[in-house]
Design a protein around this ligand. Structure first.
Ligand code: HAM
Length: 407
């Protein structure tokens, strides 16, 4: 038997209504906040992610589905299945001259992403993200709006008691000083750090703080090191920005917790970063993550443009949604008169009802049994009904039965 690939899942008919509900709730909420949907291709030139997401990230180094396709010079045609969608949306923003539209440009998306990770609960190789990206606004109200949207969406989906963790990574200037301080204090421990952290030490020291290796975590808990990690390193402007974000979150009644260790796994962030986590998810506990990325548009060839956004894992959300949607037809026709059954089902569908009938024309009892499982009402059409020119409609939930001339 040929099975689905490891780390991929079929979304079956019994799950689809909940998925559609997730999508509909996202669409309605984001549209109400003036975000427009964008659909970008699921593969892009590999270079986009190398430059956009960052050469030193796990995503780019270990997790990309990259192919060489066609052509004589294969490298030029290297494509990658998108591991995330911020880089793709930024590419589209630049390519279609969105910078000429008055700011802010507010976009949202829903679609599959691909990461070659070791599959486990909450971690797949093909998964879906719902995300928003806002371009053109540097002011902290934009960060707060984006965090509030993520939080409001999760509340609308019935999730309670979620807390956003937030942090400020500062601007490249203040962050560089911080990076150097971290490198200095960790230098004596370099030998004891994991192989990944040895690379991160050189390429992207802040990423070390996100390491899940227990030996590294122990080192970071050393008092002297912890003092440097937790130090207040951001400059005056970044601090004012961060304080305003927090003030707006208070105004909006969004619960948050500051976490100095929150650095995120992608390289493009500056200033505000955030994650929304749920303990119910187990070790892969982040349901949403995002932040500000004021340098990315310029880095990918556009004009300098501030931006902020987030993405949320739809599979992880699905796990947490308690009320799963169920579908019941409005009507099921119970009849041994095939001509009447096919005619009546058409009348009902034309009127906008969901309706079905027994294409196998089985015995009455079997048809009733099926109706009870899939429909709210049964329309019974026997010889008496045809002679009398009426329908017998049985409400399958209350058991109430009545005769009607018209459906
Ligand atoms: P990210 O934190 O890499 O951020 O992913 C966002 C969310 O996608 C995660 O919080 C998680 O729920 C879900 N996710 C990630 N990897 C997997 C996986 N292997 N299986 C299942 N779910 C997963 C980004 O992708 C950024 N582009 C977010 C962003 C948008 N930042 C600014 N704008």
């Amino acid at each position: 038997m040929i099975k689905a690939q490891r780390g991929t899942k079929d979304i079956l008919p019994e799950d689809i209504l909940t998925w559609q509900h997730i999508e509909k709730t996202a669409r309605e909420l984001f549209q109400s906040a003036n975000y427009k949907e964008i659909r970008t291709p699921i593969f892009e030139g590999t270079e986009l992610f190398k430059r956009g997401v960052g050469d030193s990230t796990d995503i780019v180094n270990k997790e990309m589905y990259t192919f060489s396709v066609g052509g004589i010079n294969k490298d030029e045609n290297s494509i990658t299945l998108r591991p995330e969608n911020t880089a793709g949306v930024v590419r589209a923003y630049i390519e279609h001259g969105f910078n000429k539209v008055s700011a802010p440009v507010k976009l949202w998306y829903f679609g599959p992403m691909f990461r070659y990770e070791r599959p486990q609960k909450g971690r797949q190789r093909q998964f879906h993200q719902i995300g928003v990206e806002m371009f053109g606004i540097e002011k902290p109200a934009a960060d707060a709006e984006v965090i509030a949207l993520a939080s409001n969406f999760l509340s609308k989906m019935g999730l309670k008691n979620l807390v956003a963790e937030i942090n400020s990574l500062g601007c490249p200037e203040c962050r560089n000083t911080y990076k150097e301080k971290i490198k200095t204090v960790l230098k004596p421990y370099l030998d004891k750090l994991c192989e990944d952290c040895k690379v991160r030490y050189e390429k992207n020291p802040l990423r070390m703080l996100d390491c899940k290796n227990e030996d590294c975590i122990k080192i970071f808990e050393n008092d002297e090191i912890k003092k440097v990690i937790l130090s207040d390193f951001i400059c005056k402007e970044c601090k004012e920005h961060y304080e305003s974000v927090k003030k707006y979150l208070d105004i909006l009644n969004i619960k948050y917790k500051e976490n100095k260790m929150l650095v995120r796994g992608l390289d493009y962030y500056n200033r505000t970063v955030f994650e929304i986590k749920s303990d119910a998810l187990g070790s892969q506990n982040a349901i949403a993550g995002g932040g500000r990325y004021d340098g990315l548009v310029e880095m990918l060839g556009g004009e300098k443009t501030p931006a902020v956004g987030f993405a949320l894992g739809a599979e992880r959300l699905y796990e947490l949604v308690e009320h799963k949607e169920e579908s019941m037809l409005d009507y099921f026709i119970v009849s041994n008169l095939p001509d009447e059954a096919i005619k009546t089902v058409q009348i009902l569908r034309d009127k906008g009802y969901s309706a079905d009938f027994d294409l196998q024309n089985r015995k009455f009892g079997k048809q009733f049994e099926k109706a009870g499982k899939i429909a709210k009402n049964a329309v019974v059409i026997g010889e008496d009904e045809v002679k009398g020119g009426y329908y017998t409609v049985k409400n399958l939930i209350t058991g109430e039965q009545k005769q009607v001339k018209e459906l």
